[in-house]
Design a protein around this ligand. Structure first.
Ligand code: 5RP
Length: 236
């Protein structure tokens, strides 16, 4: 399935492939979004088609829903599932506490709802996603389009008062137009460089009226399966 892959894609693939070992017959599984999660969905599809694995999948984006159906996974909504046994998803960064930055693909809201409604969340990532301190990757924040510039100004002022290093933020674009999430919202990327207090920042951001959710996942991830370009896998 993996063919000739670049080292980074191989790292993503081996992490994804290992993660499906955790999926058992009858499970309701949250299906993440992004290129690493897409490998996992393909691997799961192969198990469904060829080994008769019986699972129900709850996708975290329309992209993942399409792929899951394409590879033969039965797709149900989160409300149909009510609760999930396991969610497997990628991440943009993870640290030693297994705190994450997610949302590089713009699906952080559904990803956080699905992961929070799961007994277990496993993250799959290439080794390049491991960091000492979160924040080199811009932190995505999902905003209501109404008054978004006012919300942006409030966020930037708050970051200054919190003495956060980088304070500028950019609206994510899709060509000449704002990127629109599956829930019809905008994404503001916060260029922070270093997030000293992720728990505090996540709480402060979510208290602002125009903010729907932020991409910091704290105390949600249970383990990270890390893939390397030479095909090795480690579990954190
Ligand atoms: C999407 C995400 C992705 O999981 C994250 O961006 C990692 O993507 P990739 O596996 O393509 O590196 O959070 O919202």
């Amino acid at each position: 399935m993996s063919g000739e892959l670049s080292p980074i894609d191989k790292a993503k693939f081996v992490a994804a492939k290992r993660s499906v070992d955790y999926v058992e017959d009858g499970m309701r599984v949250g299906l993440g979004t992004g290129s690493t999660a897409a490998w996992m969905v393909r691997c799961l599809g192969e198990l469904v088609r060829e080994d008769g694995l019986k699972i129900k999948g709850v996708p975290t984006s329309t992209r993942t829903a399409e792929l899951a159906r394409e590879v033969g996974i039965e797709v149900i909504s989160l409300d149909e599932a009510k609760w999930l046994d396991l969610t497997i998803d990628g991440a943009d960064e993870f640290d030693g506490d297994l705190s994450l930055i997610k949302g590089g693909g713009g699906a952080l809201l559904q990803e956080k709802i699905v992961a929070t409604a799961s007994d277990q969340m496993i993250v799959i990532a290439d080794i390049g996603k491991e960091v000492e301190t979160l924040g080199a990757f811009p932190l995505p924040v999902e905003l209501i389009p109404f008054g978004w510039q006012t919300t942006q100004a409030l966020i930037e002022e708050t970051l200054i008062s919190m003495d956060v290093l980088g304070r500028n933020s950019t609206l994510r674009m899709n060509g000449p137009r704002p990127f629109i999430t599956d829930e019809g919202n905008y994404i503001l990327d916060l260029h922070l460089n270093r997030i000293g207090e992720p728990r505090q920042l996540a709480m402060v951001l979510n208290q602002m009226p125009g903010v729907v959710e932020n991409g910091l996942f704290i105390d949600i991830c249970d383990s990270v399966i890390v893939g390397f370009g030479d095909g090795r896998v480690e579990v954190r």
